[in-house]
Design a protein. Structure first.
Length: 309
């Protein structure tokens, strides 16, 4: 192998695998002498690469199969809103897809299209490609154009300055400054069509909220559609914080209970969320949710061969 840069990259890729490499085996793999391998390792050290785990992460070198596997995993995670890692997954995917060769992007797309995951329905799925387009535009401070369908079905064209993507655990939202309406807006990602970066850069504006999650929470609180619920949860707000989307507001009542105010279009989803929290609770409103939970309790009781009171 006479291509020194290519040989160094291949050597770095081998050294990043979790195993010990004798110099003779490395020389055989790269078809050079052991002396050349020693010089190449010294050259990598001079360039600042650390060949053991440390505080600084060097550029990661992946072969084709590794790159495809990581991209597919990130796309799958992004489209199903894994709580806690969703935004980092989208950022990583946006960076990876920008540097993937065309042949690998095609393989990733084919594999994703041919794979059907078995998951519970937790809301409208987000298109991973759309997420990565928006994430890259936000990272690069590049304006976006897309079609948007509002809750009443009205179709509009939007031109925005993307700020952040926010996942509530059920849906993805884009926080952006709408240049045509000269105001900040929250857009549901599953209602966007064909987002594309325009190439025009913009200077970041100051968001009128503590952060993007707080802005989305405030926007959702102002939505009039759907059904609101008020529930006392018999567990501390700190203990429940990791089990609910960040956009949900919890008000501590004491060290053992808190008040949850939520808003959703589906009573079924509200009931399911409450039952999966793993704590006792008391629903104050709406009466429709109380009745639904009473019916579900009776149905569960019959299913296990006991009567509920």
């Amino acid at each position: 192998m006479t291509d020194t840069p290519g040989r160094l990259l291949n050597l770095l890729s081998l050294l990043q695998t979790p195993r010990e490499w004798p110099g003779s085996e490395l020389a055989e793999r790269l078809r050079v002498s052991v002396r050349t391998i020693r010089r190449d390792i010294d050259r990598l050290r001079e360039l600042g690469y650390r060949l053991v785990a440390g505080a600084a992460m060097p550029p990661l070198v992946l072969d084709d199969e590794e790159a495809v596997a990581i991209a597919v995993g990130l796309r799958t995670g992004a489209s199903h809103a894994v709580e806690g890692i969703e935004e980092a997954s989208v950022r990583a995917l946006a960076k990876l897809e920008q540097v993937l060769p065309a042949r690998l992007r095609h393989r990733v797309g084919n594999l994703q299209a041919a794979t059907v995951p078995l998951v519970h329905d937790s809301g409208a799925a987000a298109d991973p490609h759309a997420l990565t387009v928006m994430a890259a535009a936000a990272i690069n401070q590049e304006r976006l154009r897309f079609g948007y369908r509002a809750g009443d079905g009205a179709e509009t064209k939007r031109h925005v300055e993307p700020y952040r993507l926010v996942c509530t655990g059920r849906r993805w939202y884009l926080v952006a400054y709408d240049t045509d309406r000269t105001d900040w807006r929250t857009f549901r990602v599953d209602r966007l069509r064909e987002p594309r970066a325009t190439g025009a850069r913009f200077a970041p504006r100051e968001l009128p909220a503590a952060d993007a999650a707080a802005f989305v929470a405030r926007s959702l609180a102002g939505v009039r559609q759907g059904v609101g619920a008020v529930v006392t949860l018999h567990e501390s707000a700190d203990a429940l914080a990791g089990r609910l989307p960040k956009s949900f507001g919890l008000t501590p009542l004491d060290e053992h209970s808190c008040l949850l105010r939520t808003h959703d279009a589906s009573l079924d989803w509200q009931a399911l969320r409450l039952m999966l929290l793993g704590c006792d609770f008391e629903v104050h409103e709406p009466p429709e949710l109380i009745e639904l939970l009473r019916e579900l309790g009776a149905r569960i009781g019959r299913a296990v061969g006991s009567e509920t009171t």
